[in-house]
Ligand binder design. Structure first.
Ligand SMILES: *[C@@H]1O[C@H](CO)[C@@H](O)[C@H](O)[C@H]1NC(C)=O
Ligand SMILES: *[C@@H]1O[C@H](CO)[C@@H](O)[C@H](O)[C@H]1NC(C)=O
Ligand SMILES: *[C@@H]1O[C@H](CO)[C@@H](O)[C@H](O)[C@H]1NC(C)=O
Ligand SMILES: *[C@@H]1O[C@H](CO)[C@@H](O)[C@H](O)[C@H]1NC(C)=O
Ligand SMILES: *[C@@H]1O[C@H](CO)[C@@H](O)[C@H](O)[C@H]1NC(C)=O
Ligand SMILES: *[C@@H]1O[C@H](CO)[C@@H](O)[C@H](O)[C@H]1NC(C)=O
Ligand SMILES: *[C@@H]1O[C@H](CO)[C@@H](O)[C@H](O)[C@H]1NC(C)=O
Length: 784
């Protein structure tokens, strides 16, 4: 009997065990989907534990990664990436990502936070018909909310914070009748709120802060469950919103509210936090706010509240933060606020109170100001910065650069044979000849033609100059044309016969160098032409008569008229300072120049010793790198020659050191980026390190902290998301470990993103197509 019972109990538990095991076994197709998601997200650190043998349903949940299963399918998925997630690379497709994701059709809860997701939220998201909670905050999603979302009728919580969603809030939101939390903080939404919002009677939390909403707030008195209303930092107003009395948190700061606080507020018995700071409120301050039954945070600072305070006013004992500063209050501070118990913060400076310890205005100030109230401050119009347009110099005669090299060689040979008697150095001038040596030279260096074509835009063909031309252009090297002397030789400004300005670099050669030694280099120089390099227009050899060795080489460059980039960041005086948008386009230009040096030409040109003082701006503020590693004048001269002749057979050692040289350029680029952001030249490596650390700390802090790092001259005109992207890529460039520094393509992608975000935010009327950021556009630009 006992035995039989024992057996049946065993059987019973066995069955239960079995059924538990079964229920925990995930369908293999869903496991595959998760692994695919891991790949599409570019294998983020948070998913590093996932592989083919992971038992997803039974793995330990963590604060950043949780999978919950029910009957063989996944019902909850939480993935939270690193706090500052960089953008996913260009090849990421939000469309394929969501297509994969919807293969988990039973998801009820989906959290995808800080994963670098970018793109327009695809309509397919609507296939999650069971979805109840969706949190996709802190990504780079943009565009409007897809209407298809309206079919997610089970949705209770929708959180899109910290993205770049834009446009008006749609009317169809009211069809999400189960909605209790709607949080759209820190996006680019605009327009006024649709009245249909007030029919969502289940709403408990409405958070719209840090957007560009404006106008009246709909009548929310019907939303009897509403506890949190966060409208900070928009342009709502002027009427105080109409609200139900169950509110716990009411945040209206940094808006355009003006009309006085209605008496109903006194009935908000649950109100704990009231922030109406930085608006344009006028009229008397109702002291009863201090004694609301639940209040513990009250901030009315930065308004024009008037009225007299008395010592005998009563206030809630729970009050911990009270900020009355910058108003027009008179009288004396209530004594109930005076007790300095615990961590209480009581601020009241810049009023006209009878108090000594926090600075106050004289009484007359408050009276005068109160009389003047009624004049709205003028609304500043945002300045439109015209887009830089490409307008470069006239194209001269079209002669292939390569053919010219042949000509030069030939002429040199002829001259060598001729040798006339003259005082050395002799003038050696190449004008016309056949192209006998072309094919040999061509085979020595291979070039990527596509990039070449893009780069050479607008410049006259490379050619040789005669010494006469050089002398005439510089007025016989007159001191008036002397620009300066660097390690690479003297520089002169010159004007050619056709009127165009040039910069001429004069490089002295050691006697041992024969002309032939330079041909590789000259050819390379003739190919280093790009919109973002100060490009060579031609050269002129000056040779010794006795043995034809080269005494001097004159390199003729395009003249870039608008000074250095350094002179255009404020460095204390902001008169000439370029805007944030112009700064981003300047660094994009530099990055494109570097990309060309590294990959646009074979072999690449590395170790360019990039410095902000060597970045010049042309008349359209297009940035040009002026002092790249010119093979002719660099110390690496021999090396570049060797690499050319060894062609494709580079061994891994060479590759490794090239990789390092490439990453040295990336570091120096990072320094320029840093200088652009903080708005001044950094003098030492140590200073760079200190600033970089500050930047890194501010990235994970708040908007204000980041903004405080930015050059004051542009601080007010840049969008946080744009600053953040720039800072983040800057810090990565400055990484101590060269291997971890990003590729130049990665940099470009991030910079262009920062530019487009900024552009979209400014609502640039000049951008030709309506959509602020279309993926195709981003891709197109990335390949320039
Ligand atoms: C995207 O490119 C990266 C390399 O940049 C590569 O590792 C990754 O597999 C690619 N992802 C997709 C989905 O193609
Ligand atoms: C899968 O990952 C676990 C830990 O994350 C590891 O112990 C295991 O060796 C991995 N298996 C394979 C096949 O890579
Ligand atoms: C995981 O399994 C798939 C097929 O089931 C296979 O193609 C893939 O190579 C496996 N990956 C690893 C890392 O074992
Ligand atoms: C969304 O998820 C993130 C990460 O878990 C969390 O920090 C954030 O509070 C969530 N948002 C809301 C409104 O709950
Ligand atoms: C709202 O934002 C959209 C998209 O950014 C823009 O096209 C539109 O002009 C903006 N409307 C207003 C009134 O600012
Ligand atoms: C009150 O609001 C202002 C601006 O809105 C803010 O600077 C200040 O720190 C707030 N005061 C407190 C005590 O939080
Ligand atoms: C507070 O004091 C003022 C003048 O000091 C007086 O007029 C007022 O009646 C007092 N109020 C209360 C509630 O005692």
């Amino acid at each position: 009997m006992a035995k039989a019972l024992h057996l049946s109990v065993l059987l019973f538990f066995g069955t239960i065990l079995l059924s538990i095991c079964q229920s925990e076994q995930l369908q293999s197709s869903q496991a595959q989907t998760l692994l695919r998601i891991q790949g599409l997200l570019n294998f983020p650190a948070v998913l590093s534990s996932w592989n083919n043998s992971t038992d997803f349903c039974n793995s330990e949940p963590s604060s950043s990664l949780t999978v919950v299963c029910y009957e063989e399918t996944i019902t909850q998925l939480h993935i939270i990436g690193e706090k500052v997630a960089p953008l996913l690379p260009r090849n990421f497709s939000i469309d394929s990502f969501v297509t994969t994701l919807v293969k988990l059709p039973n998801l009820k809860v989906l959290t995808l936070v800080s994963l670098g997701l970018w793109g327009k939220l695809p309509d397919k998201i609507a296939r999650f018909s069971s979805l109840e909670i969706l949190n996709i905050s802190s990504n780079f999603l943009y565009g409007s909310m897809p209407q298809e979302l309206s079919s997610l009728t089970n949705l209770q919580t929708l959180i899109l914070d910290n993205n770049m969603f834009a446009g008006r809030l749609p009317d169809w939101l009211s069809s999400l009748s189960a909605l209790t939390v709607l949080s759209l903080k820190r996006n680019l939404f605009n327009g006024s709120l649709p009245n249909s919002l007030s029919s969502l009677e289940n709403l408990r939390v409405l958070a719209f802060s840090h957007n560009h909403f404006y106008g009246a707030v709909p009548d929310f008195r019907r939303l009897t469950n509403l506890q949190v209303l966060d409208l900070d930092d928009n342009a709502f107003g002027p009427q105080f919103p109409q609200l139900g009395n169950k509110l716990v948190t009411l945040a209206l700061s940094k808006n355009r509210f003006r009309s006085g606080i209605p008496s109903e507020v006194r009935s908000f018995y649950q109100l704990q936090r009231l922030d109406i700071s930085s608006n344009t409120f006028v009229g008397p301050f109702p002291p009863s706010l201090l004694s609301l039954p639940s209040i513990n945070y009250l901030n009315i600072s930065g308004n024009k509240f008037t009225g007299m305070l008395f010592e005998n006013l009563s206030c809630n004992a729970e009050l911990e933060f009270v900020d009355l500063s910058s108003n027009l209050l008179t009288g004396s501070l209530p004594s109930c606020l005076m007790s300095d118990s615990g961590d209480r913060v009581i601020l009241y400076s810049k009023n006209c109170l009878a108090a000594q310890d926090q600075s106050q205005h004289p009484l007359s100030f408050c009276h005068n100001e109160a009389l003047a109230v009624g004049i709205l401050p003028p609304i500043k119009k945002q300045k439109q910065v015209s887009k830089t347009t490409l307008a470069l110099a006239v194209v001269g005669g079209i002669i292939g650069g390569v053919a010219l090299i042949g000509i030069i060689l030939l002429v040199i040979r002829r001259k060598k044979a001729k040798r006339t008697i003259e005082n050395p150095p002799t003038r050696l001038i190449a004008e016309n000849a056949s192209s006998g040596y072309t094919s040999k030279l061509l085979s020595d260096a291979r070039y990527i033609t596509q990039t070449m074509k893009l780069g050479a835009l607008g410049l006259p063909a490379y050619r040789t100059f005669s010494l006469d031309e050089i002398e005439e252009a510089t007025n016989n090297f007159d001191t008036g044309s002397f620009i300066g002397e660097g390690s690479n030789g003297q520089m002169y400004r010159g004007r050619l016969k056709d009127g165009s300005l040039v910069a001429i670099r004069c490089v002295k050669m050691k006697k041992s160098h024969s002309t032939q030694n330079f041909m590789h280099h000259i050819e390379l120089i003739s190919k280093l032409r790009h919109r973002h390099l100060v490009s060579a227009l031609g050269h002129c050899f000056e040779c010794y008569l006795d043995d034809s060795s080269v005494s001097r080489i004159f390199l003729v460059f395009e003249f870039v008229p608008n000074g250095t980039l350094q002179s255009r960041i404020s460095d204390g005086h902001s008169a000439q300072s370029v805007s944030w948008t112009q700064r981003i386009s300047a660094v994009i230009g530099i990055a494109k120049g570097v990309q060309f040096l590294h990959t646009g030409i074979v072999p690449g040109v590395y170790s360019n010793n990039l410095k902000i003082t060597d970045i010049l701006l042309d008349q359209n503020l297009v940035a040009k790198i002026s002092s790249y590693n010119l093979p002719l004048v660099s110390e690496h001269m021999g090396k570049v020659g060797q690499v050319i002749s060894s062609g494709g057979s580079r061994n891994t050692n060479v590759n490794k050191s090239l990789k390092n040289e490439e990453k040295t350029d990336i570091y120096n680029f990072g320094v320029i980026l840093l200088e652009i952001i903080v708005g001044r030249k950094l003098k030492s490596r140590n200073e760079v390190d200190v600033r970089k650390d500050q930047l890194q700390a501010s990235i994970v802090a708040d908007d204000a902290a980041r903004r405080s790092m930015v050059d004051p001259a542009v601080q007010k005109t840049c969008l946080d998301q744009s600053i953040k992207t720039m800072m983040e890529i800057c810090v990565r460039c400055l990484n101590k470990d060269p291997a971890v520094r990003p590729s130049i393509e990665d940099i470009l992608w991030n910079l262009q993103f920062a530019a487009q975000v900024q552009d979209a935010w400014r609502g640039d009327s000049q951008s030709s197509d309506g959509s602020p950021i279309s993926p195709s556009q981003s891709r197109r630009q990335s390949y320039h």
